[in-house]
Write a new protein. Sequence first.
Lengths: 203, 336
Amino acid sequence: MGLLGFQGDVSEHKTALLKASKNRGMNITVREIRKDSDMNNISGLIIPGGESTTIYNLINSYGLYARIKNEGMNGLPIWGTCAGLIIISKNTGDDRVIGMDLLDVEVERNAYGRQINSFISELDISGIGKFEGVFIRAPVISHVGDVEVMAYYNEKPVMVRHMNYIGTTFHPELTDDTRIHELFLDLVEREGYTSTGNNKGDN
Amino acid sequence: MTLNLSELRFGDELLKRGFAKMTKGGVIMDVTTAEQAVIAEKAGAVSVMALERVPSDIRAAGGVARMADPEKIKEIMNAVSIPVMAKVRIGHISEGLVLQQLGVDMLDESEVLTPADPFFHIYKKDLTIPVVCGARSIQEAVRRILEGAAMIRTKGEAGTGNIIEAVRHIRMVNEGIKIIKTLSNEELIKAARNIASSYSILRHNVSKDLFGAEDYLGEFDLYSGLSLEAIEKEAVKVLKDIKRLDRLPVVNFAAGGVATPSDGALMMKLGTDGVFVGSGIFKSKDPEKMARAVVEAVENYEDYKLIGDVSSNLVGMPGIEIENIPPEQKLQERGW
């Protein structure tokens, strides 16, 4: 499993993934992705929460933008949380962060306001049920194209999926609830994709 | 789906600590203008600290340093998409609430400003937005966390460009964590009692005034509605979290003397989650280049070739030898 490791709540995702894999009886290793060769031989990728502008700049300066986008189009399961969702979206309406156009949604950054407007609300996720949604300077999904909306908050989509992609505007990794991480592992198993490259990875 | 307000929660510990977690692995830069904020954002800063003067200028100017002009902070908030932090004087809840109202994303209850309260730090659980506090040691960190700090940073010695005090403070915290790992429950309670005792200084002084030598601690409100016993209990909780997690239960950054990319890398190697750079960026010769270089070094703190490359032809801020600072001008001595 790959986990974009530049910046953000990377260790929280790692802990949640390992716990989820235990619950599922799966044996996984998690690799933090920082350079192109780290992208070889992975079966899934999580882009964590953090500062989307910062993560976007770093993805670009380390030449990972095109690689992640290509692997996604080839079928690599990718889950973006908050900043991660912004990066894989179709349109961000902000030229400081250009979406990869992998997930057919338009997002509006920091649309709920500043940190004082960050909130926790119970969500009802299709196929999962009640879930504690932790929204931190979260984006709003302002328009959806060809995706399945799995959860709404205040009539706006907050969790979507399509083919090999999942996007959440909230942070499941900040709670002890690993059901969405398990859902992602199921997707990884179902897709059975492994990225290739010239350099041999250790996954 | 309709909005159910009773299920909505704002200002939770989870949201405050969660916000801090989103800055992990990043660099937070002091800026004094909207233009500087844009430079910092473009260089990859995860957040900016909006100030009227950077610490080295505050140090040079002397006098009372207060929160920044709200107009200045608004300008900076309007210029960037990354979160904006601002400094509040130690113990000055009113400045804190003004900054919160303004829309600042996180407060830094900072020794760089002149402290406002000689007895107490802000009870940070009274604020909706998260607060970061400086600490020189594990007991100072525990006090700040029990008061509700969502993030800790080393105090270091701000505005000096000298990393030694930040290293001293992270080592003091790390050593404390190592010791706490080995403590029994009884020993944790003993440590908590000692950590809590500093909250009784005001009560102790006043009861001495009233009764002479006798202490009258009582079981009533000592600090923000908490009795000494309640504070001890909170301290035990924090100590137990540290023991269980083998680290502070909140994000822990470096601050106070980071002047070069290698300084940032050193602090990351010593276990910090990220780095604040105060005067180090905009007091350097080429701020844009320095800002990018520090970000890259922090992201890749063990890639020494890269750090060497980004450090080439950088001229850092002039530094100050700690021994040459008169004790009363040491910022780290502010707060307790």
